[in-house]
Design a binder for this molecule. Structure first.
Ligand SMILES: [Mg+2]
Length: 374
């Protein structure tokens, strides 16, 4: 098994700020390329420092994961056995090291792409998830209310907007967005609200046609989340409080919805299980993302049929990316075509530094390659 990782720094279209972080003007992500006896797969590991991961931890952890997957032997060529094999790979990774879910997602996505490509079918078909998927919303970061409204106008073709809140002018921002946009508005406070202020805002949110409230309070403050949900006719959706399937039981009776992200839970396999379990438990489900390229977004889109709300817009926030193949329909649904695997190919140059490792390499080799074309 040969794995290359490439750290990509990609500029965003607009600065993107959430309540618990400084504004991003570019994103950093790790692309994983797998080659294994003729199998080929692309994966993505988007490191989020909040969850304890960086490009460096991903670079250190990926070889440990590859070491425990390789002894499983090549994946079988029929869907049922291949899915069992992928689940075994996931268990082996979890036994090797706890946490590090973005690193695990990087390899898990590349394995799903490789297995489905090898069988000549899309990842969605391999998984057997519904073909019919909801449209994605579009997210706008915290900024001056007039600027947020301008960006909302530019994104008015999306059937829902996700507005980041937890800034200093949330109500004015939402008023200005509502003045130019008639669709549902989802608000995401990324842990940045306080209980009394949030409760006071509830009637205004209802009046303004807000559809849901994502993660108003800090991740561990489940009592506060329950307190607000009891007072709110709008669903409260846990994001930072809902990292993996293991977090779901504690959220029962606390919030009405959960936001599942491949980078929080460990990839396509863990994402599929978390969505299924969340639905079994009666949660409404959102499928979200980080500021990912089309590789990560295509992997999540294969699961979108299991989500009530789709928030897969990371690649749409990028000014450019070196991948193509994932297209948005006129009604803002990701097109799940018939291309094998994720249906995403590299269409631009490699990034600055590529790290390769595999059985043939003596430790980790680094090589500097061509500059990104920007
Ligand atoms: Mg969120």
């Amino acid at each position: 098994m040969n794995i290359s990782t490439e750290v990509l720094h990609l500029p965003l279209r607009d600065p993107f700020r959430i309540a618990r972080a400084e504004p991003d003007r570019q994103m950093t992500t790790v692309i994983v390329e797998l080659e294994w006896s003729g199998l080929r797969g692309l994966g993505e590991a988007y490191p989020v420092a909040y969850y304890g991961e960086t490009p460096v931890t991903i670079g250190v952890v990926l070889p440990l994961l590859a070491e425990v997957v390789e002894p499983l032997g090549l994946p079988p060529a029929n869907a049922t056995d291949a899915l069992e094999w992928l689940a075994a790979a996931e268990r082996a990774m979890d036994e090797r090291i706890g946490g590090h879910h973005a690193a695990k997602a990087g390899l898990d996505i590349a394995l799903h792409d490789a297995v489905a490509r090898g069988m000549g079918i899309p990842v969605r078909e391999l998984l057997g998830t519904p073909e019919e998927i909801p449209p994605t919303d579009f997210s706008i970061g915290i900024d001056e209310p007039a600027i947020v409204a301008e960006r909302a106008l530019a994104a008015a073709r999306f059937p829902a907007l996700k507005i980041k809140v937890g800034g200093t002018a949330d109500l004015e921002t939402l008023e200005r967005v509502r003045a130019i946009y008639s669709g549902p508005i989802r608000v995401d406070a990324n842990t940045g609200w306080e209980p009394e202020a949030a409760a006071a805002l509830l009637p205004e949110l209802v009046r303004l046609g807000v559809e849901l409230i994502e993660q108003p309070f800090r991740a561990h403050e489940l009592g506060r989340l329950r307190w607000l949900q009891e007072r709110s006719s709008l669903p409260i959706v846990a994001d930072e409080s809902a990292e993996t399937v293991d977090d779901l039981d504690a959220l029962l009776g606390v919030v009405q919805g959960v936001n599942v992200k491949l980078m929080k839970c460990g990839g396509v396999g863990p994402g599929l299980r978390m969505l299924r379990r969340a639905r079994e438990l009666g949660f409404r489900t959102m499928l979200g993302c980080m500021e990912e390229t089309s590789v990560g977004i295509a992997a999540a889109a294969a699961l979108a049929g299991l989500a009530d709300w789709v928030d897969l817009d990371g690649n749409l926030l990028l000014a450019s990316e070196p991948f193509s193949g994932l297209e948005l329909d006129d009604d803002c649904r990701w097109r799940l075509g018939s291309s094998p695997g994720l249906g995403v190919e590299r269409s631009g140059h490699r990034g600055l530094i590529t790290t390769r490792f595999g059985p043939g390499s003596s430790g980790v080799e680094k090589s500097v390659e061509n500059l990104v074309d920007q």
